[in-house]
Design a binder for this molecule. Structure first.
Ligand code: DAH
Length: 340
């Protein structure tokens, strides 16, 4: 048995030393040191030895195991290093290859349009105001000359939270809030961009959308100021040769009221698909602030006048970018969003 063990040691160390690859080394580990390896096989015969010899042979077996394991570890280290060196020699890295570019995001089309609108109006001396999206019935309707039983409420099918609290259906309540906070100071000259909510949902309506409100209250503000301001806005937004057209309309909070159209920037007014062959595109509602509205928010309609307007941001974005389904703006598909 002793001899057998010594033979395993001799043969094992020679073979381990000669191993040419890590795989071969692993095979040898199994062959000599594995659970069913040669060393274990020999030790199975221990039972037939004299009791006094067993510890001696056992110790020898342990020594042999240790020495083979050392051989194995040394060779393993050597072969690993050799493999690494070989890879380093073979592997050619092209350091001139351009790096992979980092993908930057970009602003959402609505953000771009909003920034443009804000830029144009702040350039004309307006400041940016805001108000709550969850609004009191008082500001959303009452203070805008829309009493409880007014039919204009039906046009804005609304999300109520309680009888007196709702998601604002337009940005117009900011008019009343700002005037109330500023009175008697003049001028009141603000725009109020923000989210609004209505129970609408189709290719051109979303239950949440954005509006920009405008309000200018001062001494001697006339309809001509409204028209001039809007013409200037439209030309900066849609092109310097645009015209505007005002059509009589009705809003409870303005008197007189007007719907504002811009001459079609697609066909220049000849008639095309974008303007539905009319040459004009409706872009906002406006008017002279109703005396009741001024009065309710603390200004004397005998002394001051004002104009107001309100526009839908999605509508302007769709017109300007030629987007035909509003829902694209809210689906967050990068293939769509990265085009702007
Ligand atoms: N608030 C109106 C709406 O949501 C839009 C509007 C029309 C606002 C006329 C105004 C205005 O300030 O003068 O339909």
């Amino acid at each position: 048995m002793r001899e057998e063990l010594l033979k395993i040691q001799e043969q094992g160390s020679v073979e381990l030393n000669n191993a040419q690859s890590l795989e071969e080394l692993n095979q040898l580990r199994i062959k000599y040191l594995g659970k069913k390896g040669l060393l274990t096989q020999v030790l199975r015969g221990m039972g037939s030895l004299e009791a006094s010899e067993r510890p001696i042979v056992g110790q020898l077996a342990n020594e042999i195991r240790d020495s083979l394991e050392q051989c194995l570890a040394a060779k393993n280290k050597y072969l690993q290093e050799k493999a690494l060196l070989l890879r380093l020699e073979e592997e050619v890295i092209d350091v001139t290859l351009p790096g992979r570019p980092i993908k930057f995001g970009n602003k959402h089309p609505l953000t771009l349009i909003l920034e443009e609108i804000k830029g144009i109006f702040t350039g004309m001396g307006f400041t940016v105001a805001d108000g709550p999206e969850v609004e009191l019935d008082y500001y959303n309707f009452e203070a805008l000359n829309i009493p409880k039983d007014h039919p204009a409420r039906d046009m804005q099918d609304s999300f109520y939270i309680t009888d007196e609290i709702l998601l604002r259906t337009h940005t117009s309540p900011v008019q009343a809030r700002v005037m109330q906070a500023m009175t008697p100071e003049l001028p009141v000259k603000i725009i109020a961009p923000g989210k609004v909510f209505r129970r609408d949902d189709d290719a051109t309506h979303s239950p949440m959308f954005h509006q920009v409100e405008g309000l200018l209250v001062d001494n001697k503000i006339t309809f001509a100021d409204l028209k001039g301001t809007l013409l200037s806005f439209v030309r900066q937004m849609f092109g310097s040769d645009r015209q505007i057209r005002l059509r009589p309309s009705y809003f409870p909070f303005t008197e007189p009221s007007a719907e504002v159209d811009v001459s079609c920037f697609n066909c220049g007014g000849q008639g095309c698909r974008v303007c539905k062959d009319t040459g004009w595109i409706e872009i906002l509602g406006s008017g002279m602030v109703h005396p009741n509205v001024l009065q309710m928010s603390g200004y004397n309609p005998e002394q001051v006048t004002g104009f107001a307007f309100g526009m839908g941001v999605e509508r302007i974005a769709m017109l300007k970018y030629g987007i035909d389904d509003l829902r694209l703006l809210f689906e967050n598909d990068v293939r769509f969003l990265s085009q702007f």
